[in-house]
Each structure stands twice: as C-alpha cells, then as structure tokens.
Write a protein that binds this ligand. Structure first.
Ligand SMILES: Cc1cc2nc3c(=O)[nH]c(=O)nc-3n(C[C@H](O)[C@H](O)[C@H](O)COP(=O)(O)OP(=O)(O)OC[C@H]3O[C@@H](n4cnc5c(N)ncnc54)[C@H](O)[C@@H]3O)c2cc1C
Length: 399
C-alpha cells in the first residue's frame, strides 16, 4: 500500500474575509505590486537594517518606481487614488515592515498631506510634484521635547513675523525622516495672535535648522527620527502654509493620517499572525505540530478575529473618508481600537513562538517592538478616547 500523501496545509493568509476583493482590479494590481515589492525587496534585508538602526537608502529608487507617493491626492503629479487604496497600501507595507510604512506615512500623509490640505495653489504646485516623485523627502514637526499629547494648546515653538519673514525658535522631537529628508512642516505658535501655524522649512539649506538623530530606540529602528532645534530660523512668508490658521487645520491633517495608522496597525498584526501560523504548522512538540493543539488554535483564532474585525472597521472608515463623511472621532476610534488589537495580536504571535519569538531572525520580535511606537504615535489611546468621548457624550474631558 502506498504511503498516505501528507495533505497540503492551508497557506497563511490574514485576509480571511477577502477584504482585498472589494478593490477594483486596477487598484488591486497596485496593492499586489506593493506586496511583491515588500516581500522581495524589504523582507530579506530589513532585520539587518533594524539591528543597525539604519535606513535602507538603496530601496529609495525602487520605492520611487512604485509610484505611490501622494497616492490619494488629485493633481500635482500624484496618482489621485482613493483613501481606501491608501489604507490597503499602508496595510501591505506594514505587513512586512512597520518602519517602511512609517516612512511612507510620514512623507505621503503628514508632510505632503499638510501641503495638500493647507497649502496655497502656488505652494502645492511648487512642492507636491517633486514630493510625489520622491525627489524631495518630507517630514512633519509637531511634537516637542516637553509637549506631545498636549500639542493643541501647548506648543512652545514660536513664530514671529518680521516684515515678509517669519522667525522660528524652539525644538521638535521624534521627527521621522528629518535627519536625511529635505523639507519639514514645522508647526509653531504665532506670537502675535497665539494661533498655531505651519511653515515649510528646508532642512539642508536653512542655517537656523539643526537636526540630530535620536539614538537607542527600541521600536521602528529603521525610521530615522530627529531632534530638531530651530534657532532664529528664518522662513519667507511664501513658505507659511496659507490655509493653516489655527490648530484646527493641523487637526485636519491628523484626522487623515490617523486613519492611515489604523490600517498600518492592521498590517503589523497581519504580518505577525501569518508568521505565527506558519510556525505553528511546522514546529513540533509532543510528537506533533503545535498547530494541532486546541489551545494553540484558540490563540490563532483570537489573532485572526482581531485582524478581521479591524480590517472591516478600517474598510468602512475609508469608505466614509472617500465620501467626505469621516469625522475626527471616526478616525480616532479606529486608530485607538486598531492599535490596541494590534498590540494584543503581536503579543500572542510572540507567545506562540515560545523562546524563538524573541529572536530577531524569527521576525516576530521586530513586530512586537515596532507595535509599541504605532500604539503611541499620532495620538495615544488616551487622546483618541478623549476625542471620541467628547463626540459621543457632548462633554470634553480634556484638561
Ligand atoms: C517612533 C515615533 C515616531 C514619531 N514621529 C513623529 C513625527 O514624525 N512628527 C511628530 O510631530 N511627532 C512624532 N512622534 C511623536 C508622537 O506623536 C508622540 O509621541 C505622541 O503624540 C505622544 O506624545 P508623548 O510621547 O510626548 O507622550 P505624552 O504626551 O507625554 O504622554 C505620556 C502618557 O500620558 C498620557 N496622557 C497625556 N495627557 C493625558 C490626558 N489628558 N489624559 C490621560 N492621559 C494622558 C498619554 O496618553 C501617554 O500615555 C513620534 C513618536 C514615535 C514614538
């Protein structure tokens, strides 16, 4: 009698309900192109860069060729796709590496988004085509060493108008891409009216702009975060974002990018789950694959449940966004809930690998560490809870 053929095991696939099938064939081709890029170009090298706390500059020409910078913006050399596709792209990037998705999110969402949403027509014409082509790399400087969650009312960086020039003074901390990028959107308080305004500052040529790399991070080590010091940093009036009159305008940018971080966190959870599932199918204990144990299947069930519910949540969020109906509290609920579920999921994935789960070459450890940064940036859970709480109760609990 011929030996029994071992049955083929199912492929690990975090898209259990087929959310990608909701994309048009044209948009799905872009999603697949991004997936192929991260799987073939990023996955083989990223641990080495993570360990060395370095950015893979060799990938920049390949990222350019993807033509996804400024993905959801119309005109100015941008692809003009939906924010739903933008979400899928964030998810695909983070499924393999959350530093690469962060690089993309900072450049496309925060930096280009500030100019797209708050810039004058001239400013958009001047900056966005070069940023869409990735000839210019952007950053977003809001957080300060002593002001994070309280940025709306507490920014200490000042902007003083002297004739047709603005003079900026202060510090910005955690600014992604700033150590090597070309341009940073600096948010500062106008000393004349006390309102927060945005300024396009050129990193390399402005003598008042200095940046040092933040060392010894334990998350998103591939992203190069900077501590920026602005000392009488002079910026022409033509580089003040014409449509940013107060923090409410900064918040328009954050509303959009928080939706992106929600998708990104689903991607991070998905990547960790798929690694864990493959491991469970092959790792043997007590003479059988650990995937045969009921408790291990329960762990995988809980992970997949988190991923599937947050995918569905993000999909609906993006539909609202594409229809112009997404409010701050919608984006905040998604960012807060999806990052909580991600943190839970990557922890379970790590648990499933036992001791191997803490080895960098088994991937999961990087996901666990990187998830901590996604959990805290773009508004902590507490901040997003307060935004939702104010909307649903009618009472602000901000202090
Ligand atoms: C890897 C990384 C990249 C980043 N990139 C950028 C960037 O490119 N540009 C940029 O501008 N910023 C960036 N940030 C900064 C990020 O947005 C802030 O870290 C975040 O807003 C939280 O601010 P904080 O770290 O100062 O924490 P804090 O505001 O000091 O908060 C500390 C804790 O107190 C809690 N807390 C604060 N206030 C309240 C309250 N009223 N009620 C209840 N709890 C409260 C918070 O939820 C948190 O748990 C980045 C951060 C990281 C880690």
């Amino acid at each position: 009698m011929a030996p029994a053929t071992p049955h083929a095991l199912p492929q690990a696939d975090g898209d259990f309900y087929g959310v990608a099938a909701t994309l048009s064939p044209e948009d799905d081709a872009i999603r697949r192109k991004v997936r192929a890029f991260v799987e073939t170009e990023v996955a083989p090298i990223i641990n080495d860069y993570w360990e060395r706390d370095a950015f893979p500059f060799e990938l920049v020409p390949k990222i350019k060729a993807l033509n996804i910078m400024g993905l959801p913006y119309a005109g100015y050399g941008c692809p003009g796709k939906s924010t739903t596709l933008m979400g899928f792209v964030m998810m695909e990037l983070a499924r393999v590496d959350a530093s690469i998705s962060t690089f993309f999110g900072v450049h496309t969402g925060l930096a280009m988004g500030s100019i797209y949403l708050c810039g004058s027509e001239e400013q958009k014409q001047r900056w966005l085509p070069a940023m869409a082509a990735l000839d210019i790399v952007g950053s977003f400087g809001l957080t300060e060493p002593d002001v994070g969650s309280g940025a709306s009312g507490g920014l200490t960086t000042t902007a003083e108008r002297v004739g047709d020039t603005w003079v900026l003074n202060g510090q910005k901390k955690w600014i992604g891409n700033a150590t090597w990028g070309d341009v940073t959107i600096i948010w500062a308080r106008d000393v004349a009216d006390g309102q927060v305004k945005g300024f396009i500052v050129e990193n390399k040529t402005n003598p008042g702009f200095k940046v040092e790399k933040i060392q010894h991070k334990m998350a998103l080590r591939v992203v190069q975060n900077g501590l920026i010091t602005l000392t009488d940093c002079r910026v022409p009036e033509t580089d003040r974002l014409a449509g940013a009159q107060s923090f409410a305008d900064t918040a328009r940018v954050l509303r959009m990018t928080r939706a992106g971080v929600a998708w990104e966190s689903v991607g991070c959870a998905t990547g960790a789950y798929e690694h864990a599932l493959r491991y469970a199918q092959t790792r043997e204990q007590f003479g059988r694959p650990i995937a045969k144990f009921q408790l291990v299947q329960d762990l995988l069930f809980r992970m997949l449940g988190n991923i599937t519910t947050t995918q569905a949540l993000c999909l609906r969020l993006s539909q609202l966004q594409d229809q112009g109906l997404m409010r701050d509290e919608h984006a905040s609920l998604a960012k807060g809930v999806c990052t909580v579920r991600m943190r839970e999921t990557v922890g379970w994935a790590r648990e499933l690998l036992g001791a191997n789960g803490i080895l960098l070459d088994q991937q999961i450890g990087r996901y666990v560490a990187d998830a901590e940064a996604l959990y805290s940036y773009e508004g902590t859970r507490e901040m997003n809870a307060l935004i939702v709480g104010k909307a649903i109760t009618g009472f602000s609990a901000f202090v």
